[in-house]
Design a protein around this ligand. Structure first.
Ligand SMILES: Nc1nc2c(c(=O)[nH]1)N[C@H]1C(S)=C(S)[C@@H](COP(=O)(O)O)O[C@H]1N2
Ligand SMILES: [Mo]
Length: 374
């Protein structure tokens, strides 16, 4: 089966052996910032520290009164809603850990040339909005409906294909209650900031970032599978460019440690003093609740159990954990590994694919334990 837009698009490039991050990747990295890892200490990521990823430009929406969200296609009653209409409906607030599917990409060999994330493309926020399923119920999808397509107001060209940013969900995922997708208008109790989708965005707890369409203008119910660029060309797990590939969907488990001690400015090596060192961090999985976190201080040779924080009831948000390490002078490599209730865990070897998606290889943090210089 042909993949439609594929034939017109150039495959993403892989970096040559030893090729450094290029100017094009640097330009993306300065626009799309990550979470400084010390901010993992916060249950809710403070404003401005949540990661940001935007394929094209952030739309300029100084005032949302002219904004319209249309819901149409294969439905009984098409709807046109303003942000004020949505705010007048019963609201749901959900705490969600959002992670870019490309998180971990720049650690891969060979490196797919794109937004060069290390491990920091993550953040946790409370999103307030209207359950998507209630809007769909009001519109009444046809019995033949299969996919629901979400369009953002941003527009660009990607690998030769001009497009609006567009993604779909299967109808059953769009109607599900666990996780329940939201059409959100607020983040942490305030109107969405421009970079996070002002005035409206989709939030799909447990799914990688690409599904959470920002600057939402239209929802279209289709009775044929959606074949847009971001669905069938990008966000597929492929070894070879010609493969159809599995779609990227739910977030794979990951644990991150707050880098302990203090950093060296350039290398980012951490310096700690000998003796007890508190190792703490976060762990999450969009597939099933995290049940276990392990820590290694020897680069993954041996592992100890970390103490998970008590369950908070926020199923779709990360879980805290901690472990006390007795540091001895010398160089060490810290690692953390999460396992979820479905038995999914993190690999020690890179799970490579051409797009650099879902690379949840265990994090490595270089630490130098040394006495204080007098
Ligand atoms: N309209 C639109 N929505 C979008 C994107 C985009 O480029 N345009 N990027 C997606 C990707 S790849 C990610 S990871 C998340 C990032 O959400 P955030 O910037 O609020 O953290 O938004 C998603 N929604
Ligand atoms: Mo992303």
């Amino acid at each position: 089966m042909g993949r439609g837009p594929d034939e017109m698009s150039t495959p993403a490039r892989l970096a040559a052996p030893g090729e450094g991050i290029g100017r094009d990747e640097l330009a993306l990295a300065t626009r799309n910032h990550g979470l400084p890892l010390e901010a993992l200490r916060h249950d809710l990521t403070p404003p401005g520290l949540h990661y940001v990823l935007t394929h094209y430009d952030i739309p300029y929406v100084p005032d949302d009164t002219a904004w319209r969200l249309t819901l149409g296609g294969r439905v009984r009653t098409p709807l046109t809603l303003t942000p004020a209409d949505l705010r007048s409906l019963p609201a749901v607030t959900t705490r969600v850990t959002l992670e870019c599917a490309g998180n971990g990409r720049a650690l891969l060999t060979p490196r797919p040339v794109s937004q060069p994330w290390l491990v920091e493309a993550v953040g946790t926020a409370e999103w307030t909005g209207v359950p998507l399923r209630l809007l769909l119920a009001e519109a009444g999808p046809a019995t033949t409906a299969v996919d629901v397509v979400f369009t953002g107001a941003d527009h660009g060209v990607e690998r030769g294909v001009e497009q609006d940013y567009r993604r779909s969900l299967p109808l059953d995922a769009a109607l599900a209650t666990e996780p329940e997708a939201l059409v959100a208008y607020a983040m942490n109790g305030a109107p969405l900031p421009p970079q996070h989708g002002r005035p409206l965005r989709l939030v799909v707890p447990g799914w990688y970032g690409m599904a959470h369409v920002k600057w939402l203008t239209d929802i279209t119910v289709q009775d044929t599978p959606f074949t847009g660029f971001q669905q069938t060309v990008a966000y597929r797990l492929r070894q070879d460019p010609g493969e159809e590939g599995e779609p990227v969907t739910r977030i794979a488990p990951r644990a991150l440690v707050v880098p302990p001690g203090f950093p060296d400015f350039m290398s980012r090596t951490r310096i700690v003093r000998p003796g007890p060192v508190l190792l703490e961090g976060r762990a999450w999985s969009g597939r099933a609740p995290v049940t276990r976190v392990e820590v290694s201080t020897d680069g993954g040779g041996t592992w100890a159990e970390a103490e998970p924080a008590p369950e908070t009831g926020h199923r779709w948000a990360w879980r805290g954990w901690h472990h006390t390490w007795t540091a001895v002078p010398g160089r060490h490599v810290l690692c953390a590994r999460a396992t979820d209730a479905g038995g999914h865990t993190q690999p020690l070897d890179q799970p490579w694919n051409r797009g650099g998606f879902a690379n949840n290889v265990v994090q490595r943090v270089e630490v130098l334990c040394a006495e204080e210089k007098s």
